[in-house]
Ligand binder design. Structure first.
Ligand code: NDP
Length: 479
């Protein structure tokens, strides 16, 4: 298997070889090296930012509808090539092809389409002031740095590029070192769709490359998808230059199942909220609170459903559960499973697995203070927790530093909305979970982040307002 790109970086509309350290890219299923890339040198990061700064003004000067057209064309190209792009995403991430065919690039295409369509609707405000008046202009920020995580590499690149570009910004994107291939494809596709050279650039590398990108004098904004510790570092670095930030960080989200819930739907949601993409999803509902009256029935059905999950070769269309992205990540997940057992929780189904594979794992007899109930695992590990009443569960659901997402399953209409209002989370699903349509804002509160991706709300995070005061009646001065 060979997925070697034309070159490691994409700067000024063409592939450019990196001048830094080697970056091997391995297929998580076999461990086989499928590409060998090189990191960007500090000079290449600076060059990419300078190129973006030079290209940005002409791009911003286009009519918004023209910028939108480029994004729409890119979405159409992605759809045409979805099968090949999905295969590459599977090789890069190890996620099952049945997921990458429908979720990753498709979600990216929807973002390009949504923001492409929004382009021509972005306007300012006219403010009457008696005879004088003022108006606002929504202006681009300049050059935005995008830094991505490895779980949805191509979707993340599209989610950041689409609102940034449609507002007339340029972008320098650094994918995770684990999954560097999709962003290069996006750069090629955007160029083919008519994006001027230099407006979207890709640099590769580990954290240090991200650091030099964040510190580059041409950068006006940093949008990061990653863990809370990285978010803290990047936010602090951006603060010293007063840069705008969007932080899409981790979570330990509660999924609350009341006695009156539709049992089968609640089990389906818990399964999807923990095991899709082998559990490597930031918004996963990993603390599943189940009310006492429904608990045994819920666990019985959950165990039965999870036992039938098909684990194996991610390129086999029948496979539902693939490998973990890297051996290091699998080790971390296994250490969390071991911690759960050592602290007294019991495994209902699953376990540490072998090699690259960790099966869907469900813990019972857990308490809120256990490591598995407090820390983000970012793997296929669900912790179930019993509860008795609404006040109690809301208090326990909120007793975490994270605040990315939450879910509530109940047939009681007023309770559903009451709980949705009380949970501290950027998104709360009612009788659903982990659906992130582009029309809906997505992002976290508390340690889970700042800013919103998707929806018209994202435009605010890739633009700044200028107020223009228009004097109509001459200037009266006391001096
Ligand atoms: P990391 O925080 O390890 O890395 C995120 C990105 O930041 C990577 O590209 C990484 O590069 C880069 N990076 C690391 N250090 C620095 C630095 N000092 N300056 C600039 N960039 C840096 O996250 P993971 O890739 O491990 O992804 C998993 C995490 O992402 C989980 O916590 C998950 O919850 C979160 N996530 C959040 C989402 C959301 O929307 N809220 C969605 C998806 C994931 P490199 O990898 O090359 O070291």
């Amino acid at each position: 298997m060979n997925a070697q790109p034309a070159a490691s970086l994409f700067i000024d509309g063409r592939p450019v070889e990196g001048q830094g350290d080697t970056l091997p890219v391995c297929y998580p299923y076999t461990g086989q090296e499928i590409a060998s890339l090189r990191e960007a040198s500090p000079e290449q990061v600076a060059q990419a930012c300078a190129v973006a700064a030079a290209a940005q003004p002409a791009w911003a000067a286009l009519a918004p509808v023209e910028r939108g057209r480029v994004l729409n064309r890119a979405a159409a190209i992605i759809r045409d090539r979805n099968a090949a792009l999905a295969r590459l995403e599977t090789l890069d991430t190890g996620k099952p092809i049945q997921e990458t065919l429908v979720a990753d690039w498709e979600s990216g295409a929807q973002a390009l389409e949504f923001f492409g369509g929004l382009a021509a609707t972005i306007t300012g405000q006219m403010i009457p002031l008696g005879q004088d008046w003022a108006y606002t202009r929504r202006e681009p920020l300049g050059v935005c740095a995008g830094i991505g995580a490895w779980n949805y590499p191509s979707q993340i690149a599209c989610w950041k590029a689409a609102p940034a570009l449609v507002m007339g910004n340029a972008m320098v994107f650094k994918p995770s070192e684990e999954t560097p291939l999709g962003a290069l494809k996006l750069a090629e596709i955007l160029l083919e769709a008519g994006l001027p050279a230099g407006v979207f650039n890709v640099v590769q590398g580990r954290g240090a490359v991200g650091e030099s990108l964040v510190g580059d004098p041409n950068i006006a904004k940093v949008s990061l998808t990653g863990s809370v510790p990285t978010g803290r570092r990047v936010y602090a670095a951006a603060a010293s230059f007063m840069r705008h930030v969007t932080m899409e960080l981790g979570g330990k989200s509660p999924l609350i199942v009341f006695d009156d819930a539709n049992l089968e739907d609640a089990v389906s949601a818990a399964v999807l909220a923990n095991f899709y993409s082998a559990g490597q999803i930031c918004s996963n509902g990993t603390r599943v609170f189940v009310q006492e009256g429904i608990r045994q029935g819920f666990l019985d059905r959950l165990a039965e459903r999870v036992r039938h999950v098909r684990i194996g070769d991610p390129l086999d269309p029948a496979t539902q559960h693939g490998p973990i992205v890297s051996p290091a990540q699998a080790d971390k997940i296994r250490a969390m499973i071991a911690a759960g057992q050592a602290e007294g929780a019991r495994i209902l189904c699953g376990g540490p697995g072998e090699g690259a594979f960790i099966p869907p794992t469900v813990f019972i007899d857990a308490t809120d203070d256990m490591t598995i109930a407090r820390d983000e695992i970012f793997g296929p590990v669900m912790t179930t927790l019993a509860f008795y009443d609404e006040d109690e569960v809301v208090g326990r659901a909120n007793a975490t530093g994270f605040g990315l997402a939450a879910g509530v399953f109940t047939r009681d209409l007023t309770r559903a909305h009451r709980v949705a209002a009380r949970v501290q989370a950027g998104t709360c699903w009612i009788n659903a979970y982990n659906l992130t349509p582009v029309e809906m804002p997505f992002g976290g509160v508390k340690l889970s982040g700042i800013g919103r991706e998707n929806s018209a709300a994202a435009i605010e995070h890739y633009s700044q307002l200028k107020s223009v005061y228009v004097g109509m009646t001459g200037v009266e001065s006391p001096y």
